[in-house]
Design a protein around this ligand. Structure first.
Ligand code: EPU
Length: 418
């Protein structure tokens, strides 16, 4: 709910097992992909989070039927699309809303959407998407707040992406799937969410090769069919839970902790002194004793995920020495530094680099979740702080973490939603 806060009493060691939910971003991407077919699509392992609820509303506003067949499954049918413009009041809630552009353009020859919302974490341009649509044969214009793309028929093309944007790559992949001929995306993003989307599209009848590398080859097909698809586990949630274990000197097994998608984080955690075992796709995380300072940089996959740099910074407040975190993906994603300082962290923010001196005892305080991952960093710090912390604006956390308070409580944390 909009005005909710978490009240966390820190100092409790986390112990036990917890399961990772379905991947937030992969779910939003998959929901957009269902617009490519008039047939029923069933998505499983869908997390109950705010971003999914907004995306459900967007698809319904376009004319799709969306129903929950269970709390974690959706049936989506896009056979009766009646408008090709995403409503701005919904699209401004999440970045992934712009992903309706590629499928609508490919299937109906027209699509419109305003610059999408999401966290305020720096400039988030759309040139990769828009130039790519033009390369596929679309006219792109601006009508008031909305971008409009129109095409009499898309054709394949060789497209260099100026930056390996995640949803930029996906929008072009979605559009090229139904374009005539062959498309090559050069300098494509290689995040696991790209591979997941390509896998889903191929099961729907698309011809996509190379997803997971920086060159993706797509042979356009005439149509796609319905599918039942299980969303992959959320690597960012798994990483956040692993850090929760470490910051509380606990011992936690994260089931479906996707260690093979978390190489960079696990490498850094081990370097700092956290013990990690990987078994059958699960992660066992244990911390006994002191941590040491490390340097890390957030870069595109397989480097350290930008979505995990704020949580890692929270942990490094407990490491001995001077650590640094260099954010190289977004230009304004260190807003959490000021909030962590209110809890006693000794940190500076030079714009894109956080310098952290530790270990500092953290002390409960009132702080604000300024964005989704900043909120996660505050929750983590509060778990390790002495006394009570109140974290306001947790609607940001509810947008992206399924039942985070319940999961933490199941591990022994004292967390209340007020
Ligand atoms: N960029 C461009 N031109 C573009 C698009 C992006 O220069 O046309 C630049 C951005 O300015 C930024 C960088 O590319 O500096 C990365 O942005 P990207 O487009 O890759 O991010 P995104 O696709 O908008 C997705 C996730 C983010 C995640 C990033 C990076 C979704 C819905 N969002 O965003 O998730 O941080 O990839 O991995 O998939 C989150 O979950 O907290 C979150 C913000």
């Amino acid at each position: 709910m909009a005005g909710d806060s978490f009240v966390i009493e820190g100092g409790h060691r986390l112990e036990g097992q917890v399961r990772t939910s379905g991947n937030k971003n992969a779910t939003v991407h998959a929901m957009a992909a269902t617009l490519l077919t008039p047939e029923d699509c069933y998505l499983e392992n869908v997390p109950a989070i705010g971003d999914v609820r907004f995306m459900v509303e967007i698809l319904r506003a376009l004319g799709a039927t969306v129903e929950h067949t269970s709390p974690s499954s959706l049936r989506i049918n896009a056979s009766r699309i009646h408008t090709l413009a995403a409503p701005s009041e919904l699209a401004t809630h999440l970045r992934g809303s712009f992903l309706v552009m590629g499928p609508l353009l490919a299937r109906f020859g027209e699509a419109a959407c305003c610059p999408p919302g999401g966290d305020i974490i720096g400039l988030r341009p759309l040139d990769v998407h828009l130039v790519g649509f033009q390369m596929l044969g679309a006219d792109v214009s601006r009508d008031g707040e909305k971008y409009i793309a129109r095409a009499k028929g898309l054709h394949g093309s060789r497209i260099f992406l100026d930056y390996p944007s995640v949803i930029g790559t996906q929008n072009l992949m979605l559009a090229a799937t139904l374009a005539k001929g062959h498309t090559t995306l050069v300098n494509a993003a290689s995040e696991p969410e790209i591979t997941c989307l390509a896998q889903m599209l191929n099961q729907m009848g698309a011809q996509i090769a190379g997803a997971g590398t920086h060159t993706i080859e797509i042979d356009g097909v005439g149509e796609l069919h319905g599918i039942t698809y299980r969303i992959i586990p959320d690597r960012i949630e798994a990483g956040t839970l692993a850090i929760a274990a470490a910051i509380t000197q606990g011992e936690v097994e994260v089931l479906e902790g996707v260690p093979r998608q978390l190489d960079a984080l696990l490498w850094k955690l081990r370097e700092a002194g956290v013990q990690i075992e990987e078994r059958n796709g699960n992660l066992r995380v244990r911390r006994k004793g002191d941590l040491k300072a490390i340097n890390a940089q957030a870069v595109p996959y397989p480097g350290l995920a930008t979505d995990l740099q704020a949580p890692l910074a929270a942990l490094l407040t407990q490491a001995s020495g001077v650590s640094s975190i260099y954010e190289r993906v977004f230009d304004n994603r260190l807003l959490y530094v000021g909030e962590l300082r209110k809890l006693g962290a000794e940190m500076t923010n030079s714009g894109t680099t956080a310098i952290i001196t530790g270990p500092t005892p953290l002390i409960g305080a009132s702080v604000r979740a300024v964005d989704l991952r900043a909120g996660a960093a505050l929750v983590l710090a509060a778990l390790a702080a002495k006394g009570k912390s109140q974290i306001s604006d947790i609607y940001h956390l509810d947008r992206g973490y399924e039942a985070l308070d319940q999961k933490l409580r199941s591990l022994g944390a004292v967390v209340e939603r007020v």
